[in-house]
Structure formats: C-alpha cells, structure tokens
Design a protein around this ligand. Structure first.
Ligand SMILES: *[C@@H]1O[C@H](CO)[C@@H](O)[C@H](O)[C@H]1NC(C)=O
Length: 306
C-alpha cells in the first residue's frame, strides 16, 4: 500500500522533473565559501518550488556563490526514493564521495540540511572531515530522533497504520532498520536500551553505544553549528529534537534539560557551547515553513561570514 502511493508520487515527480528540472549546482564566485544543501524526506535536490528555489536565492544573495544541492543516487527517482528506503549510512557515504570529488569544495564549505537532511549532514561532518565543513545549519533537523509519525498527516490512514505498526512493533529489528530510513532515527524513550542497541544510524552518530573520539574531534572542527527549530512544528515529535533535546528516558511527556542528556556528554557539546559554536534559532511556523525574508535575514549572513 505504502509502495503504491510512493509509486504514484514518483510518477508525478517524474513528470514535474522533465518539465522543470534544474541543475544540481549553480554559481561560480570563488570569493564566497560554497554551500552544500541536503533535502528532506519526500523531496528531491532541485525542484524549483523547493530546494531549486533555495539554490537560486543563495546564488543571488551571495553574489554568485557556488551552491551544490545533493542528489542522492544520480537521478530524480533514486533521489526521491532514497529519502525513504536507502540506509542513511549508505547515503552519507555516497555524499562524502561526491563532496570529495568536487574540486570546488576542496577548501571547505558551509552546509544546510533540511529536516532529516540535517542529521545526515551532521553525520557527514562527523564521518568525513575532508573537505572541511565550516558552518552547519540544520532546519528542523531531528538530532535526537523522533518518537511519533512525521509522515502520517500526508499519507492515507491504512498506510499510516502500516508504517505505525512497523515502527511500533519491530522498529529495531534488522529488517526494518535496513529497509526504512525513518526507523534508523526512531528514538523510543520507553525502550531506551533497545534504541541504543538497535538504531543503526542515530545511536551511532550520537555516540550512544560507544564513544567514538573521531566523531567528537570532527564535530568540534565546525566553526558554528546552527540549529533552527520550528516553534509550531506538527511533524517533528518532539519538537525539541530540533534543538538536540529529547524526552527524559522512560516516558514521553517531559523533556530532559539539554545539559543533562547523555548525548551532551558523549559528544562533548559543552565544549562547543563554551566556545560559542552552538546557535539555537527559533522560528514561528510549522515544519520547514521558512519565508524568504527570514532566510535572508537569519541564514544568509552565516553563509557570508567565512
Ligand atoms: C507558535 O509557538 C510559539 C511558541 O510556543 C507561540 O508563542 C505562538 O503563539 C505560536 N504561533 C502560532 C501561530 O500558533
């Protein structure tokens, strides 16, 4: 059922793609640090009404700076599907290779991740220090995962039930972890140990299972780590995950203070905080509801700092 709806969506996207497709990169001004974008779930790299439009905006506002929007898998179909079905570890590896091969990024780049693209880009920073990422901006990223059904409002009830059953029953089984991207950052606070042992992506990049010093070292190389939270988000549950916070273990109502969380310790975020590298921005509106004016005022200056 879920697949049928996705296939229909794909056909629509394919048609739109042929009519309006945009290149994955733009701008050539060598004076401005390049910008790398990573789209969210259910989106693709370059649709004009989505990231293609953001690319144009950044090129314009940075006087022709180089912008590269990641297309996972090399074509629009794979790019769309990978947001649901290609394991984040494989996606991150793919993106790391693309970044390494892009000579224009050799001296470094800034990165902007949209929704799940936010935590995926953080994984790029932690796993792939070359070329160097300078500032990471995550827009509605889920740094502590989700416990709720982000895709449900846009899917039919039966599809929603199906995904819900998968997530709730066997989310940390090998099979579901392998086949559903969202399962890899599903964070069940009622089964914290299952999460730590079973999450094949988020628990790893958050150093939940064992302390990976390489991740800490690389994350700390960032000049700034900017987390944007949508204050009226109805998709990301809990909203606080966008600011790297989560429920206190054992229940799903109360949010644990940031500084008390295990990940705050395990990624040594205090050090980044003390160095003024962590920036928390809040914006009114639902998930990814960014206005052009807000983007120009709050995000563009970050891209021009380096
Ligand atoms: C959005 O959330 C903020 C913070 O919780 C609140 O002050 C504001 O009234 C909300 N806006 C809308 C339109 O619901």
């Amino acid at each position: 059922m879920c697949r049928i709806i996705l296939v229909l969506l794909l056909i629509v996207i394919l048609i739109i793609g042929y009519v309006w497709w945009k290149p994955t990169a733009g701008g050539t001004n060598p004076e401005v640090l390049p910008v790398v974008l990573w789209h969210g779930m259910g989106d693709t790299c370059c649709a004009p009404f989505s990231l293609g439009g953001i690319m144009d905006l950044i090129v314009e506002e940075t006087k022709g700076g180089y912008v590269r929007s990641m297309e996972i898998g090399g074509n629009i179909l794979l790019d769309f599907q990978s947001g649901f079905f290609l394991h984040p570890n494989e996606q991150v590896e793919y993106v790391c290779k693309q970044l390494l091969q892009d000579e224009r990024l050799a001296k470094g780049y800034n990165a902007i991740g949209f929704s799940q693209g936010g935590q995926f880009l953080r994984a790029v920073a932690q796993r792939c220090p070359t070329p160097p990422m300078r500032t990471l901006v995550t827009l509605g990223g889920q740094h502590q995962g989700v416990f709720g059904l982000p895709m449900c409002p846009t899917l039919s009830e039966s599809t929603c039930d199906y995904i819900s059953r998968l997530l709730n029953s066997a989310v940390y089984s090998d099979e579901v972890q392998r086949n559903l991207v969202q399962a890899t950052y599903w964070h069940d606070p009622l089964m914290e140990n299952h999460y730590r042992l079973g999450s094949t992506f988020l628990a790893d990049i958050n150093n939940e299972l064992y302390l990976n010093e390489f991740y800490i070292e690389n994350l700390h190389k960032l000049k700034k780590f900017v987390m944007v939270k949508f204050l009226n988000d109805t998709i990301v549950q809990p909203k606080e995950s966008q600011w790297f916070q989560f429920y206190t273990s054992g229940q799903d109502k109360v949010i644990q203070p940031f500084k008390e969380s295990k990940t705050y310790q395990d990624l040594r975020l205090k050090k980044m905080e003390d160095e003024g590298k962590l920036v928390f921005l809040g914006v009114e509106g639902d998930h990814l509801a960014i206005s052009k004016a807000w983007f120009i005022k709050n995000i563009v200056p970050l891209l021009l700092e380096n």
